[in-house]
Design a protein around this ligand. Structure first.
Ligand code: NAP
Length: 392
């Protein structure tokens, strides 16, 4: 798009040495910001720093979905530097600062209020609804803006954000969906029956990490099969967690979930559980709906898809309408396979435990390298962890 506000300005006022230094800084910030890509998605990875007479005095990154933006983090870091505010002059940011309020206040205001006179921006917002507006808002607040495209290209720093903001994708609103599961070394999601009571496929370090992941989503979705087999609570168990916990959603076509399931119990000490929603097929038995409503569930019905199950397309629309923007699917192979087939999985988190064998099918076909983008492998205790985006 070619709005006047997107035109680079004042580049000519920078010396050749300054230009090289700023491009190097932008490339470095972009590279460092990528470290948080799986925590912030679908938001972009963004890095920012505050300069005082060309010297970096504080840098910050967008660290997690819903958390403060990189610009705000950089301003906070600068505040700790000891350099007086009147000597701060420039904010360098890999992506155009936001002009609208979302989960956090708009960055344009934070930058202007900090008294910064200049903003160097690496890339324009690719979202056509916002593109150029952040720069315009900064100029209106008397901040001189320079666009230095190419040093931290979005195609390298945040390819997931480029595809998420494609106009044809934006037309149908749906939450970003993360599929998470644990599998044995041989790929099964159900452990061998002789594993022993109280033991899981993944170890305690992985189980602890899952609570951090849960804390960063708006909804946890599971299937009736998992509720029946594992009777999970789907709560967040983190010591310092004070935010609204994610809602808990059970996909249950015929409302066969037991009203005695642990999901309906009050969360215990140190755990936070969101409201329980059950999604069924249209035309379900109203008596079952009443029973589940009595124990606290909100019942929704949607049309059936081609497979006779509640249409996942409708479910995505429903979740969006409930204010859900980031979903974690923690289900068995049946629901996870349906989500993959419907092309609703945007990101995967897979723990492979130190256990061989197991029962039932696996999801190996969805982890073929050609289906994934930016895969990252790590060790978590005795388990292996895979994070990746799913190619759309
Ligand atoms: N390793 C792991 O990470 C992990 C995680 C969770 C579960 N598990 C294991 O997985 C096993 C349960 O597997 P599962 O596959 O039966 O459970 P699931 O995938 O959680 O639940 C499947 C059920 O969800 C309901 N459903 C409603 N709408 C659906 C839709 N659109 N698409 C697909 N399903 C829909 C269906 O039951 P209705 O027709 O009755 O609605 C379906 O049978 C258990 O052994 C459990 O321990 C493992």
């Amino acid at each position: 798009m070619d709005r006047p506000d997107e035109q680079p300005r004042a580049v000519e006022s920078l010396s050749a040495g300054e230009l090289i230094a700023l491009r190097t800084l932008l490339a470095d910030l972009g590279q460092a910001a990528r470290r948080y890509r799986f925590e912030v998605a679908p938001n972009p990875c963004v890095g920012a720093c505050v300069l005082s007479s060309g010297v970096e005095i504080g840098r910050g990154f967008h660290l997690e979905f819903g958390g403060p933006h990189a610009e705000v983090q950089a301003l906070r870091a600068a505040a700790k530097s000891g350099v007086p505010r009147e000597r701060w002059d420039t904010l360098v940011c890999t992506l155009e600062p936001c002009s609208t309020e979302g989960k956090t206040p708009a960055c344009r205001d934070a930058i202007a209020e900090a008294g910064l006179r200049r903003c160097i921006v690496g890339e324009l917002d690719p979202d056509i609804r916002h593109r150029g507006l952040g720069l315009k808002a900064l100029r209106e607040r008397a901040v001189e803006v320079t666009l230095l495209s190419g040093a931290s290209p979005l195609g390298q720093v945040s390819p997931h954000f480029l595809s998420w903001t494609r106009p044809e994708r934006l037309r149908r609103k749906r939450p970003w969906t993360i599929a998470k599961w644990a599998q044995t070394r041989t790929g099964q999601l159900r452990p061998p029956s002789d594993l022993g009571e109280g033991r899981w496929i993944s170890g305690p370090s992985s189980l602890a990490e899952v609570h951090q992941l849960r804390a960063r989503v708006d909804a946890i979705v599971t299937g009736r099969g998992t509720v029946l087999a594992d009777d999970p609570r789907l709560t967040v168990r983190l010591p310092a967690f004070t935010a609204d916990p994610p809602i808990r959603v059970v996909m249950d076509a015929l409302l066969r979930t037991s009203p005695g399931a642990r999901l309906f119990e009050n969360p215990g000490e140190g755990e936070a559980g969101g409201a329980v929603h059950i999604i069924a097929r249209a035309g379900v038995d109203p008596r079952r709906a009443r029973e589940l409503h009595r124990v606290g569930a909100t019942i929704h019905t949607v049309r059936s898809g081609d497979d006779g199950q509640p249409s996942l397309r409708e479910v995505q629309g429903l979740l969006w309408a409930l204010g859900v923007r980031r979903v974690l699917v923690e289900a068995g192979p049946t629901l996870l396979t349906s989500c993959f087939r419907a092309e609703f999985v945007d990101q995967v988190r897979v723990y492979t435990g130190a256990i061989n064998g197991g029962e039932g099918g696996g999801l190996a076909e969805w982890l073929a390298p050609e289906r994934l983008l930016e895969a990252e492998h790590a060790e978590v205790g005795v388990d292996a962890r895979l994070d990746a985006f799913v190619r759309s």
